[in-house]
Design a protein. Structure first.
Length: 494
RNA sequence: GGCGCGGUACCCAAGUGGUAAGGGAGAGGUCUGCAAAACCUUUAUGCGUCGGUUCGAUUCCGACCCGCGCCUCCA
């Protein structure tokens, strides 16, 4: 079977194959670091993370580059408002973004920053000007001449051939030759932060950095370029125009776009009051793993409706996955193998792979793993599962987790970081009781828990239920659930 | 207006030209000192509405209704 992926350029699902060998060169548009990342941002970044993880699981080497947009109008404005430098301003939000990404197990790509590529961008513009593809306006800005790129619109399927110039032109843009021409380099307005460069002082236009940095890191043609669906036009269209008109070569082979999410059925917006950052959710007491699971449970090209009910459901689903693994890891089994369990493991691995190969159908991959869990649990209960069935079942679970990354329980310490951040930011009032409780379960060390659980078990065996119940209550209060099974006792953090 | 996507049970959500995955929630049951976990049974003659094609459509075609996205540097 081959990996089939939707390509925005062709508007269809195509077989994905790297241009060269077994190495995938991919570029993802990263955040503009002017504020904390919201759940919509993370839906996109998680989709890319899933893609990256699946490609690696499929045996590819990955060169994954992501930009940090650390200069744009909003950043310049906000930094000035706060009376700090652009660098100080963006450093804070870049750090926050990386912390958040790590919190939901997004693997970190190679990062490149716009402000660290000013000379390369100036050179790129110079080369465009030499070919008359770009031009300088009176104020010192540079624009891309769309008339020089007849294929403009091929990604977003827009037809600009009938466009008539000049009917209405924005006041700020009166110097442009054509209304559609876009800025490559913006001259500074009085008092604005700017960078010196061979093409004069100013700041890069947004699209330029991605063309320059992607080609620098990955070559003039590379395998895949990713981002949110809103980037199709104009951002990616403009990148293509700049890059291909300069190199004469196809820019990215595949274009990967994640669909926007809705919040409670509506577009997320600050005015509707349904705008949430990752930290907002954690402050409310939701686990990072719940969000990761929820965001992976709907295939990336479908609209995902984020709801708090859905987030709770996701949390329960993750619990089920974790409980199953705990059961596999801690149970006692008779020696030997069962052919049924062996084939169950094989079939599940195949189903999972087939689902993900089908344009990353995560919903089906999850259905496959839950089917396995139900059947294996039934085998547990009937005693049909054998000792040598455990490794293959665990291996399938491991494969699943290489992609979904929710089994490892690091929620409590991660939530604690958010708690500490909130205190440091003076946002104590936003810390909910639920968060406090969730952080609780990370307070006791494994050794402390083992000790208490041991005492509780001893009391239970002595049928001293009063003592054992007291210990159980203490543990529950500390966020630890103790489960007594016929194979012995086991515990987990709530 | 142009281009595109979607409407599947109480909720979330896959999917197929031949009769509806999975998760959550609910109900009943098994197990159990308590608790937890788990299993079993159960919950859409139905897949926005109306037509059409077909032996047969939720799946194809058409119309309509509703929701959503892009078309102004918002992932």
């Amino acid at each position: 079977m081959a990996f089939r992926l939707f390509n925005t350029m062709s508007s269809r699902v195509e077989e994905f194959r790297p241009l060269i060998g077994k190495e995938v060169r991919m570029y993802a548009c990263g955040p503009t670091v002017y504020d904390y990342g919201h759940i919509g941002n993370f839906r996109t970044f998680i989709a890319v993370d899933l893609l990256r993880r699946f490609l690696r699981q499929s045996g590819y080497k990955i060169r994954h580059v992501m930009n940090i947009t650390d200069v744009d109008d909003k950043i310049i404005r906000n930094a000035a408002r706060d009376g700090v430098s652009v660098q100080q301003y963006t450093a804070k939000y870049e750090k926050a973004f990386l912390e958040d990404a790590a919190m939901i197990d997004i693997e970190q790509p190679t990062l490149v920053r716009a402000t660290e590529h000013i000379p390369e961008m100036a050179e790129f513009v110079t080369r465009l000007v030499e070919r008359d593809i770009a031009y300088r306006t009176e104020d010192g800005s540079y624009y891309f001449r769309i008339a020089k790129f007849p294929q403009y619109g091929k990604l977003s399927k827009k037809d600009f051939s009938g466009m008539v110039d000049g009917a209405r032109v924005d006041v700020d843009e009166y110097e442009k030759d054509s209304a559609r021409d876009f800025a490559l380099w913006k001259a500074p307005k009085p008092g604005e932060a700017s960078w010196d460069s061979p093409i004069g002082p100013g700041r890069p236009g947004w699209h330029l950095e991605c063309s320059v940095m992607s080609m620098k890191e990955l070559g003039e043609s590379f395998d895949l370029h990713a981002g949110g669906e809103d980037l199709v036009f104009p951002h990616h269209e403009n990148e293509i125009a700049q890059s291909e008109s300069l190199t004469g070569k196809p820019f990215a082979h595949f274009w990967f776009h994640a669909r926007f999410l809705l919040v409670e059925g509506e577009k997320m917006s600050k005015s509707l009051g349904n705008f949430f950052t990752l930290r907002d959710l954690v402050l409310k007491g939701h686990k990072p793993s719940s969000l990761r699971y929820l965001l992976t449970s709907v295939p990336y090209r479908n609209q995902l409706n984020f709801t708090f009910d859905g987030l709770k459901q996701a949390a329960v689903s993750v619990e089920r996955l974790r409980n199953f693994r705990l059961r596999l890891a801690s149970g006692a089994f008779p020696a030997g193998t069962s052919s049924e369990m062996q084939s169950l493991a094989r079939e599940t691995a195949d189903r999972m792979r087939a689902a993900l190969e089908d344009d990353l159908n995560t919903a089906q991959a999850q259905a496959a793993i839950f089917e396995m869990i139900r059947r294996a649990n039934a085998a547990f209960d009937s005693g049909a599962i054998r000792k040598d069935d455990i490794p293959p079942l665990l291996a399938v679970l491991g494969k699943f987790d290489e992609i979904f990354a929710v089994l490892h329980d690091d929620d409590a310490p991660r939530m604690k970081q958010v708690l500490e951040w909130a205190k440091a930011e003076g946002r104590d009032k936003d810390v909910t009781e639920k968060l406090q409780e969730a952080v609780q379960s990370g307070q006791l060390s494994d050794a402390d828990i083992e000790k208490k659980v041991g005492e509780m078990e001893a009391a239970r065996r002595a049928r001293n239920f009063k003592v054992s119940d007291t210990l159980r209550t203490e543990l529950v209060t500390a966020g630890i659930v103790v489960e007594n099974t016929k194979d012995g006792v086991r515990w987990r953090r709530k």
